[in-house]
Design a protein around this ligand. Structure first.
Ligand SMILES: NC(=O)c1ccc[n+]([C@@H]2O[C@H](COP(=O)([O-])OP(=O)(O)OC[C@H]3O[C@@H](n4cnc5c(N)ncnc54)[C@H](OP(=O)(O)O)[C@@H]3O)[C@@H](O)[C@H]2O)c1
Length: 199
């Protein structure tokens, strides 16, 4: 395998930011963390399908474990909690990966979602007292190099089976019950298609 020929699209994300909207009118966390990746992946799918080998890796979080999909209020007009909204966007990452796996079955595309660990990065900028500057951060968190390892494992080594859509610490992990629900995954896919006007 010639890794040097691989093109990498870096992950982006925001966490626990105050309520605001993207230019397209989506709540910032759902828009950036889920819908942005959803749209980009869909637009790239024709290209990926014809690639020698492609991998779609979506950075979720352990925070997905308390996430839900607010189908009745995807833009949080009725109420907003920045912590819950982040968790929701992170469970959306895994559900997206789960349904994408069905869509690309039979192609050479492999799909993964993962929790990178608690990593020292700018993601914490909206958290009070900025975690990254606290004295205990170094004790309980990963450096950016350590935090990249599960992503690299999924990009270079991990093998796909019907269950391993979610990785943590460079190994297949167990996602929450909601994250493993195929009906919710399909419904989220359909709702997302409408939101980003793919359909
Ligand atoms: N760090 C952790 O402890 C941790 C834990 C679990 C999961 N994760 C996940 O890992 C992923 C990457 O996080 P990270 O730690 O690498 O964070 P990071 O260092 O803050 O990097 C996030 C990147 O996303 C970009 N970005 C933010 N909003 C954007 C938008 N609307 N459009 C385009 N780009 C945007 C940022 O650009 P600017 O800097 O220019 O704003 C930045 O380059 C996220 O999905 C996060 O949920 C991280």
């Amino acid at each position: 395998m010639q890794y040097s020929k691989r093109k990498l699209v870096p992950p982006n994300g925001v966490m626990m930011c105050p309520y605001s909207k993207t230019e397209d009118g989506f709540e910032l966390q759902m828009g950036t963390n889920h819908l942005g990746h959803f749209l980009l992946t869909n637009l790239l799918l024709p290209l990926l399908t014809h690639s020698e080998e492609a991998r779609v890796i979506t950075l979720s979080s352990l925070a997905h474990s308390y996430g839900i999909i607010p189908f009745d209020d995807m833009t949080y007009e009725k109420g907003f909690d920045r912590n819950q909204s982040y968790a929701n966007s992170k469970v959306a990452n895994i559900l997206f990966t789960r349904h994408l796996a069905k869509k690309v079955k039979g192609t050479k595309i492999k799909v993964f979602s993962l929790h990178p660990g608690v990593v020292q990065s700018n993601l914490w900028r909206h958290v009070a007292g900025t975690f990254a500057s606290s004295w205990y951060a170094a004790l309980i968190s990963k450096s950016s190099v350590e935090g990249a390892q599960t992503t690299l494992h999924c990009a270079l080594e991990a093998e796909q089976d019907d269950y391993s859509y979610y990785f943590s610490d460079c190994a297949a992990g167990i996602a929450s019950a909601i994250a493993r629900n195929d009906k919710i995954a399909e419904r989220l896919w359909q709702v997302s298609e409408k939101m980003v006007k793919l359909k």
